[in-house]
Ligand binder design. Structure first.
Ligand code: TYD
Length: 211
């Protein structure tokens, strides 16, 4: 009897995309999706906050309503809980690759670094909401603040986070980079100021390890 059945129930991979606003992550997700599909993977693309009908309602509140910092952190994790239960876990169990535009590193960076919430609070929420689940790979798109700000100003109406001052984004960026140093096997920092071809080469090198 073959005790190692192939394929049918092989778990998918979980990849998250991070970076400060204006780091250019959203445009790279399309490239990674297309690449993984061409490699024969079933891909589910999603985002946080959001990714479910309830999560999208929470997103609207989070991006536009003023609120207390604790409320903000709790709603981020409430959206995440729903996302994990409704989308991420079922898709991974079915063998799909899940790509999420932001996940828990964003809470550490924004609510922790940016807004100054104690890291131990975030760790407690992380342990509560997803004690077992971590991304297999996190792609952290990094750019200097001035580049991010130029990109943001060139875009559209700014939400509650995008309207923050340079210092706020400096703290978010520092916390992202601190986490990248803390979890070097999971988080790959991609210099998002490189040419499109160079960014793509870095992305492919990171993805190869999972394929
Ligand atoms: P973003 O991915 O920037 O959306 P878009 O590219 O459409 O503007 O995400 C929305 C904002 O949510 C972003 O400014 C970061 C913030 N955010 C947090 O503050 N904490 C979190 O845990 C998450 C997931 C996002």
């Amino acid at each position: 009897m073959n005790e190692t059945p192939m394929n049918a129930s092989e778990r998918g991979r979980f990849i998250t995309f991070e970076g400060i606003d204006g780091a250019g992550k959203s445009t790279r997700i399309g490239f990674v999706t297309a690449y993984l599909k061409s490699a024969g993977k079933t891909v589910v693309s999603s985002r946080e906050p959001g990714g479910t009908p309830l999560g999208e309602k929470l997103r609207d509140l989070l991006l536009h309503e003023k609120m207390d910092l604790e409320t903000e952190a709790l709603l981020m994790f409430a959206s995440r809980r729903e996302h994990i239960a409704q989308v991420i876990e079922p898709a991974l169990a079915a063998g799909s690759w899940v790509l999420s535009d932001r996940f828990t590193d964003a809470s550490f960076a924004y609510q922790g670094g940016g807004r100054g919430m104690d890291r131990s609070r975030m760790e407690a929420l992380e342990n509560w909401v997803h004690p077992q689940l971590q991304p297999d790979l996190t792609l952290l798109f990094d750019v200097p603040l001035e580049v991010a700000r130029e990109r943001l100003d060139a875009t559209r109406t700014l939400d509650r986070f995008e309207q923050e001052e340079a210092d706020f984004f400096a703290r978010c960026r520092n916390e992202y980079l601190r986490r990248a140093a803390q979890f070097p096997a999971r988080i790959v920092v991609i210099d998002s100021t490189q040419s499109i071809d160079a960014v793509r080469a870095s992305l492919l090198a990171a993805l190869e390890k999972l394929l």
